[in-house]
Design a protein. Sequence first.
Length: 302
Amino acid sequence: MDELDAYSRTVSAVAAHVGPSVAAVRAGGGSGSAVVVDHGVLVTNAHVVGGHREGSVAYADGTEGAVTVRGTDPLSDLAVLVTPDPTPPPLELGDAAELVVGQLVVAVGNPLGLAGSVTAGVVSGLGRALPVRSGRASRVVEDVIQTDAALNPGNSGGALADASGRVVGINTAVAGVGLGLAVPVSATTRRILESLRADGRVRRGYLGLVGAPAPLPAEIAARLGRPRGLRVAEVVAGSPAAHAGLRAGDLVVSADREPVSDAQGLQRRLFAASIGRTMPVTVLRGAAMVDVLAVPTELADH
């Protein structure tokens, strides 16, 4: 009984702290949730606001306000909203990198139009990947959090909080019965949110290759201290990768002098600072290590 009481007290405390700062948001015909992260600034999912530029929010205490969409990033499924109206106190952003499987998390949102709903569960899995697409451009949202806290339509854009009430994820998808996903609050996420607040968009570099993780030969793995690289499956004709001389079959081991083991490792190197700048890429081609110099262009609707 004592353990149940402690669990209940923790969930209740998190709900009381987080709930007032999670809004129901409506934009056009769509609806979802949004999290207050600064005075006059909220974060939600890009798919909640779609292509709309204005909307409204309602808080748990019954107050309402108007919001403007400052920027959306469909390739991370994040959006930033701003409002001139008073907002509840902002919530503290945590760090999803500190999460462990089995840890208690609490989801707060507005599922099915039921404002201020709270569900609790555990972190069911970490390091999941969520494919997203914008036009013909595609990316993988990295290190997605999997939870068994019940999520339903309307939870999207709401808070996933740890036992201390820090927001560690933005709920983004209902993947199946008993399975929910959340975009993690991470260094990459913070960079995206800063770009959306400052510029209304996120600039990304484009190389033009498609790859998948693949094991390194034992000798190379021992030398590099890691087991995998990124096998190039396709190089887009006329792309920066093609101009650099990258080929299908190459095994990418580093980009910009940083290790690459999967697509996410490469994506981390392809933000605004990479555009138009020479990026050294090291690949294993046959039995030889080959260095090529690529110059990413800006990702548009490739």
